[in-house]
Ligand binder design. Sequence first.
Ligand code: FAD
Length: 388
Amino acid sequence: MTATAARAERQFDLIVIGAGPAGAAAAHVAASQGLRTALVDKRRFPRPKLCGGGITGRAMSHYRDIFEQNQPNVPLVTCRDLSFFAFGQDLGTDHNAPPLHLGMRITFDAHLVALALRAGAEDFTGQTGALDTSATALDIAGMRLTAPVIIAADGVNSPTARQLFGSAFDRTKIGFALEVETPEIAPDKPLRIDFGAAEWGYGWRFPKTGSTTIGLGGVMSRNTDMKAALAQYLDRLGADPTQPPKGQFLPFGAFRKTPGRGQILLAGDAAGLVDPITGEGIAHALHSGSLAAQATIAALKAGRPETALALYQQKIRPIHRGLQHAGMLRQIIFRPQFRRTFIKSFQNSRTLRGEYLRLLAGQTEYAPIMRHMALRLPGFGLKVLREI
Ligand SMILES: Cc1cc2nc3c(=O)[nH]c(=O)nc-3n(C[C@H](O)[C@H](O)[C@H](O)COP(=O)(O)OP(=O)(O)OC[C@H]3O[C@@H](n4cnc5c(N)ncnc54)[C@H](O)[C@@H]3O)c2cc1C
């Protein structure tokens, strides 16, 4: 008798690997539509996750659509005061910006998982499995889980992407972020974003209910000493320099054009869906997880699970387009020859600033910002206009 035959087999319509925002969203959408859904994560929840915990209006609106709840039932600080700096220069503070919510991922993610389980997903958290890509099966704790489709939302280091493609991400393009949780409680201080605090990246100070998160992230290959950059940034903000920093890869700048292979779909960080300008990943994780589940539902309904990936790729196109635009805009912000124009435009143009805030709020996409910058930078403009 083979090892596989000795395992008890459980059949599902969908296996979701990874129960962060992308996986919880996928499992919730699928289970709500009656799919027998297994939700697997190597950790049990609540579990910590290194993150600024900035939940933008765009993330919140995906949360509402997917989980059909008005507001996550977790402690959140809501900020309407946003200060912007670029390369050390003060770009001003907006006092009535669309609300940005700040919370700890340990509670936020546990809340999402609880909602997915309540919708009917079966709980396989606290366990890892060995993926059998030829059979779309996961061997886990003496059991074989099988399903016609698997959604892998197993994060930036995605073991699934590594198994399918040989690596989880492109090391020449990947971002890296460092963060400290300082004991300072300052809900009255504006949320602060510093473009250029790291090379081809930014810094942030996010007030939370019991602490303040300060961090920076940038393109890894351009930042040879991120720890020194963080120390400088903490010094600039007058923050406690003694807290130990924690680091993690940030998958911005190189999303997977085909987000999966065969009947395995990748969502969230596993598919490289972090915005290269804002560093925001929760919104795209929630959105892509739900789109992958919708594609799976449609493919199974048609009795053609092999079409799930193509359907998903179509649905995810607007996210890819937005990331492409953000990648171009990043050239304006960080290339020295365009930098002054960006700073002046962001400082002086209420339209550009307003569009940026509307983007964070989920009320617009990158195209209007691109058009605005194209008008100010004619050389760049031609290139941009061909893209939008
Ligand atoms: C320092 C830092 C700050 C950030 N700040 C923000 C911010 O303020 N706002 C924002 O929107 N985004 C932020 N991001 C990005 C954001 O954290 C991610 O984009 C988001 O978590 C992606 O969600 P996900 O569900 O794809 O992956 P994750 O949240 O990483 O979840 C992946 C899950 O997969 C599980 N897993 C991994 N391997 C396996 C396995 N083999 N088997 C089973 N399960 C597995 C993990 O345990 C985890 O629960 C930040 C990132 C960093 C690094």
